[in-house]
Write a protein that binds this ligand. Structure first.
Ligand SMILES: [Zn+2]
Length: 133
């Protein structure tokens, strides 16, 4: 999954922001489900799907790009559902430093943002910007 998504992203740098944001949301999903409901990769995949929806709503990603990422993720099989209340998810997301907006800065990057040189990975312990898990 990683290689494919990153391969798409190298041509369209805005998608890398979605991967990073999706990773953050995935961590929130893990926290909200007490790390029991999903594998790490499954939580991150859900997070990326959520980030895609946010990006679509904000028009920071083209629908065809979002569709390609979504189909790439879902090509690996259906994602298991997870039990988490909205309030738990929001609380977990709010605890993550990366998701909290800095003063004067948008919390969600624009599709036209400068490409990041850091590599995004869907595996644990390999994301430079990770604050832990
Ligand atoms: Zn992670």
């Amino acid at each position: 999954m990683k290689a494919k998504v990153v391969a798409i992203d190298e041509r369209e740098s805005g998608l890398r922001m979605i991967l990073n944001y999706g990773h953050t949301l995935g961590h929130a999903i893990e926290a909200a489900t007490e790390f029991r409901a999903l594998l790490h990769g499954e939580a991150i995949a859900w997070g990326i799907l959520a980030a895609l929806q946010i990006a679509l709503a904000r028009k920071t990603v083209a629908p065809d790009q979002a569709e390609r990422v979504e189909q790439t993720i879902l090509a690996y099989g259906p994602l298991p559902p997870f039990p988490a209340t909205r309030s738990k998810l929001l609380a977990a997301a709010g605890r993550d430093k990366k998701i909290a907006p800095e003063p004067g800065a948008s919390s969600f990057p624009k599709a036209s943002a400068t490409p990041s040189s850091s590599k995004t990975s869907l595996t644990r312990n390999s994301t430079p910007r990770s604050t832990g898990r």
